[in-house]
Design a protein around this ligand. Structure first.
Ligand code: ADP
Ligand code: MG
Length: 282
């Protein structure tokens, strides 16, 4: 069976949330990128007891983009990721994956299956399993199928694990228990676990927090390597790290009080008076 077919079987039919039956059938994993936009938030608001954590937030991420999001604490960055991943439902506004998948109508598992992977601030790995086993466990495979598959397919899986180990630079640690890794290595392993599911969009919430300078540099290198493999949205405070990811031409989005207050190259937003006043200058 082809990987594509198998993927469809594993993932099942997609959910656009459209009950009219008129929308064209979307299979999860098939994201309509006809407008080159992988993620689209329009006029999204979220209130907690009357407090607007997100206030008419609008934002679009192009397919293949690595977008950095910066902004003061409480700006709503994590809440935005909660909305994208279905953890929090917005009070109003639109959230689309590609042109057709309405994320506000899907629950968290379905959104994950549609191709969105999320890295939380704290690493969550299986401490009592080896690095290798962690990657194996994270794979987007139905295990009951996996063990009865042909050797051709399991070879594919092995290659996938090996490639990922290489990307996250943990080959020497492959047989060590995840619990024995440094904090930074655990963060890299968790990103590796997300990659095993071949996400189309990866959301990373302060991935460099608590990392050493060396680990932060390694992480920046990894994320730069992932360009082209998946689109990414990275929330981060460390400006050196943001600079390493956005380069000279990459777009950076600045959030404050639940809205986008500035967007452009890092150089551009750093000079923006509004940004200096509400964030950088403090
Ligand atoms: P950031 O990640 O940019 O620091 P958050 O999205 O975590 O900001 O929080 C934005 C605001 O919303 C904060 O003032 C926070 O206290 C509030 N908030 C976030 N989640 C909840 C919640 N579940 N209930 C009430 N208030 C919340
Ligand atoms: Mg946060």
């Amino acid at each position: 069976m082809s990987m594509e077919k198998k993927e469809k079987l594993n993932r099942g039919p997609a959910e656009t949330g459209d009950v009219s039956g008129l929308a064209h059938l979307n299979v999860a994993g098939e994201i309509d990128l006809s407008h080159k936009v992988i993620l689209y938030l329009d006029d999204v608001s979220v209130s907690f007891d009357g407090f607007k954590a997100l206030n008419q937030l609008s934002l679009a991420i192009e397919n293949g983009e690595l977008r950095c999001i910066i902004g003061p604490n409480g700006a709503g960055k994590t809440t935005m990721m909660d909305v994208i991943t279905g953890k929090t439902k917005p009070n109003s506004g639109h959230v689309f994956l590609g042109q057709t998948i309405d994320l506000t109508r899907l629950d968290e598992p379905r959104i994950a299956r549609a191709g969105i992977g999320r890295k939380f601030q704290k690493p969550t790995v299986f401490e009592k399993h080896t690095v290798w086993e962690n990657l194996d466990l994270a794979m987007n495979e139905d295990k009951s199928w996996f063990h009865t598959l042909t050797s051709r397919l399991s070879k594919k899986a092995l290659t996938h694990i090996e490639e990922t180990l290489g990307l996250i630079r943990l080959e020497p640690q492959a047989q060590r228990l995840a619990g024995e890794l440094s904090h930074g290595q655990k963060q890299l392993l968790e990103i590796g676990m997300l990659l095993m599911q071949e996400p189309r969009l990866l959301l990373l919430d302060e991935p460099a927090a608590g990392m050493s300078d060396h680990e932060t540099a390694q992480l920046a290198e990894l994320l730069n390597l992932l360009r082209g493999k998946c689109s990414m949205m990275v929330v981060e405070h460390d400006m050196e790290f943001v600079a390493a990811l956005s380069g000279r031409d990459g777009k950076v989005t600045v959030m404050a009080e639940g809205s986008v207050i500035s967007e452009g190259t890092l150089d551009h937003v750093k000079r923006d008076e509004v940004v200096i006043e509400s964030y950088l200058g403090r």
